[in-house]
Design a protein around this ligand. Structure first.
Ligand code: AKB
Length: 314
């Protein structure tokens, strides 16, 4: 990776991946783009307004900047996707298709995040294997499975270097997620610090995989820098770090804020989605093929989240 284009850079992953990649590869070598102006992303490196659904403009940006790697981070997340499935399909698949086509024409590598949402109620729930039944029941998951297959197709048919990770819910102290089923695991820290109380929209006992942003960023770079000869899989790798329920996370927060309380006002859409997803993925292929190893657990993450979010809220 020498010259990188990020499409959809203004979202939860992009707003932290851009500075992370600029720190490694040089600010001038990471071109951030989004469909709208994004505060901060143009401060220390190139930023352009770019609609990833416009292949001509994407190809022009790739040619102008001599791009060799595209990060496609454009996506409507799981819960918001259910409110407008047609739009979710158009945006999620349109941006991926254009990224792959531009990559084919300009010989670029492509990274696209997949998700635990690519699995569904018929997948094994515990230690969900890398290669297993994938019959998601959300439009988000359907886009993710289709995207994985399409990315593998571009690799097999055209030799495009496509790679991807099935991300757990990502928890960050910098950027809020928007429209996901796992969003509660970020919001809870803000509300714990602001009000000492959180009303959770997903059931108290539902397990979902989660990951702290520093581990997620490191995983992306480690996969993209991995020796291709060692990759038996490409699109997409199971990734695991920690798995917990709202009850378990609330108990962890209570260790720092003893008066913290939680109650539940269940959103039926999020409930159905959360129940359809795995409890915990088996990420042994990522560990074997490119050396994945998480560094953050729920205790270390909670300590860090509470410290950083408290500073932000001052
Ligand atoms: C969501 O909840 O939709 C995302 C995801 C797990 O892909 N955070």
């Amino acid at each position: 990776m020498k010259k990188i284009l990020i499409v959809g850079a203004g979202g939860q992953i992009g707003s932290e991946l851009v500075p992370y990649l600029r720190g490694i590869y040089g600010a001038e070598n990471v071109v951030a783009t989004d469909v709208r102006e994004c505060k901060g992303l143009g401060d220390d490196g190139p930023f352009e307004v770019l609609d990833a659904l416009n292949p001509t403009n994407m190809a022009s940006a790739v040619a102008r900047h001599g791009i060799d790697t595209i990060f496609n981070l454009v996506a409507l997340l799981s819960a918001v996707g259910e409110r407008n499935p047609q739009m979710a399909w158009n945006i999620n698949m349109g941006a991926l298709f254009n990224s792959l086509e531009v990559a084919r024409q300009h010989h670029c590598a492509v990274f696209t995040p997949s998700s635990i949402g690519a699995f569904g109620p018929t997948s094994p729930k515990d230690m969900t294997p890398q290669d297993t039944i994938m019959q998601p029941t959300t439009i988000y998951g359907i886009c993710k499975v289709t995207g994985e297959l399409l990315s593998n197709y571009y690799h097999q048919k055209y030799g495009i270097d496509t790679r991807s990770i099935r991300f757990p819910g990502i928890i960050s102290n910098k950027t809020l997620p928007g429209g996901g089923t796992t969003d509660y695991a970020v919001e809870i820290y803000y509300e714990a610090l602001r009000n000492g109380h959180y009303t959770c929209a997903v059931p108290h006992d539902v397990y979902m995989d989660m990951i702290y942003m520093p581990d997620a960023l490191r995983a992306i770079v480690e996969l993209m820098e991995a020796d291709p000869a060692k990759l038996k899989h490409r699109n997409s790798f199971n990734l695991a770090s920690m798995s917990f329920t709202p009850d378990i996370l609330a108990a962890e927060i209570k260790r720092h804020i003893p008066d913290f309380t939680i109650d539940f006002d269940i959103d039926p859409v999020k409930e159905a989605i959360a129940n359809s997803w795995p409890n915990q993925l088996d990420d042994s292929c990522a560990r074997e093929e490119w050396g994945w190893k998480p560094q953050w657990d729920i205790s270390a993450m909670t300590r860090d989240m509470l410290e950083k979010v408290a500073m932000k809220l001052k």
